[in-house]
Design a binder for this molecule. Structure first.
Ligand code: AMP
Length: 446
């Protein structure tokens, strides 16, 4: 099947030529005909599968071909969870609308409220935005959605994770009339919160599930390395970065502090690098993202803030310096590479503190990774035993759990609400880097 077979408006086909795509991706092939037919859509598709066009093309087609319900209200509202993804979507929308008389506005948290008010006063046909800020404008009556014909939710699962459920409902209620069509995209659909809100928002939707959200991405090779501690991870990172044919890479870390520290470390190895985290001001965040998108530096070190919405074909490598939690974040992080038909490599470092997160990722993806080793950097760590609580074990035997001596120690830890894993308990000697004295403070991965 080709794009021309969808019977899209000729103006839209002309702007699509700009991208040079003839053949729709799988999600586009399944979703576009349903959406053009005016049906509600409940779609699950993996990251990087082309889902943005799967909803933008039918949305623009509808605006070209059908009469507006209202002259003032936005005809199409696209809700996305993060600023970065919103910008990405908006960029593609603007390119598709170039040369037409159709207008659009981008409404994001963290940006000037008054400027957004002015943009909304111009009655744009399309609004792309994050739910929180859009709800703020709704409350201030800067926009009305009674005439909105198409409500699109991109990465609805992530919006729920970020606590936008109330905003999503408020927007839904503001645009709830019979003629409204809703396109609902989520990486996963087998999640109760997602099912509940989908039920509220959609009317007899067509279901499109292209691969499961957790399916392995064909273009991404996964590599997992067991690590003993922080220094081991750093030594591995240095080895892998210097041996990889790296165009651009992203190192994901769990903490904001680590982004700065690791970025400095990577710079000291002779690469250009910048750190990105929620600690930066909005304008600093924008400029880091923009510089990275333009290829001005090679290695971005980031928290999960960059795990969605960054669509850069040159990202050849992703490094999970820590294993993310929740598990689905793994799919989003690694999905920053292997985009638009390019091959990518994802490296995941699993230390003792990452172990249970790693097991959760395997469970989520329903696979078992094989681990790899680098000569001279072999780990002593071989994994931890499966978690068994006293209560569970006792339940199995049908008796009450008796606390053992070791359990008392665990109870103390639990009461302080900090789970500290003592590696020595698991009976392995940590990997030691040759000729380097460890600073005890460095030995903490967090
Ligand atoms: P998305 O999943 O929407 O973030 O898209 C991932 C990447 O695939 C983006 O770089 C898109 O521009 C690209 N893309 C979207 N549709 C197609 C297509 N039909 N053929 C090739 N690449 C595409």
């Amino acid at each position: 099947m080709l794009f021309k077979d969808f019977g899209l408006d000729t103006r839209l086909m002309r702007s699509l030529e700009h991208f040079g795509y003839d053949t729709p991706t799988q999600i586009q092939e399944c979703a576009i005909p349903e959406a053009i037919a005016g049906r509600d859509l409940l779609a699950s598709s993996k990251t990087g599968s082309g889902k943005t066009f799967a909803y933008l093309l039918p949305a623009i087609n509808r605006v070209y071909q059908r009469k507006a319900l209202s002259r003032r209200d936005p005809r199409v509202v696209v809700l996305v969870p993060t600023r970065e993804l919103a910008k990405q979507v908006y960029g593609q929308l603007r390119t598709l609308l170039a040369g037409s008389r159709l207008t659009s506005a981008l409404i994001l948290g963290g940006e000037n409220f008054n400027d957004q008010h002015k943009a909304l006063q111009k009655d744009p046909h399309f609004v792309v935005g994050t739910p929180g800020r859009l709800t703020d404008h709704l409350e201030k009556r800067h926009l009305y959605l009674e005439g909105t014909e198409l409500l699109i939710l991109d990465e609805a699962d992530r919006m729920l994770d970020l606590g936008f459920a109330d905003s999503m409902r408020a927007i839904n209620n503001a645009a709830s009339h019979r003629q409204r069509q809703t396109l609902f995209f989520s990486a996963t659909l087998d999640n109760t919160d997602v099912s509940v809100i989908a039920e509220e928002l959609l009317r007899e939707p067509s279901r499109v599930a292209v691969g499961h959200g957790t399916d392995q991405h064909q273009d991404i090779s996964q590599h997992v390395f067991l690590c003993d501690h922080l220094d081991h991870k750093e030594a591995l990172l240095k080895h892998l970065v210097s041996n990889a044919e790296l165009k651009q890479g992203i190192v994901f870390t769990a903490t904001k502090q680590d982004t700065v520290r690791l970025s400095e470390l990577v710079t000291s190895w002779g690469y250009t690098s910048e750190a990105l985290s929620g600690d930066l001001s909005q304008s600093a965040r924008n400029s880091v993202m923009e510089n990275f998108s333009r290829g001005k530096f090679q290695i971005l070190v980031s928290t999960d803030i960059a795990s969605r919405g960054l669509d850069i074909a040159a990202v050849s490598h992703v490094f999970n310096f820590d294993v993310p939690n929740p598990a689905e974040e793994f799919v989003h992080r690694t999905g920053r590479t292997g985009r638009a038909g390019f091959k990518g490599d994802a490296y995941t470092f699993v230390g003792p503190k990452d172990w249970y997160n790693f097991k959760a990722v395997e469970e989520f993806l329903k696979i078992q990774f094989t681990t790899e080793q680098v000569e001279g950097l072999e780990p002593s760590f071989k994994g931890l035993k499966a978690k068994k609580t006293g209560a569970k074990a006792a339940n199995r035997k049908g008796q009450k759990a008796k606390p053992k001596k070791a359990d008392n120690r665990q109870a103390k830890r639990k009461s302080s609400k900090t789970v500290v894993h003592d590696n020595r308990q698991d009976g392995f000697e940590p990997f030691k880097l040759p000729k380097k004295k460890l600073n005890p403070a460095d030995n903490d991965e967090s």
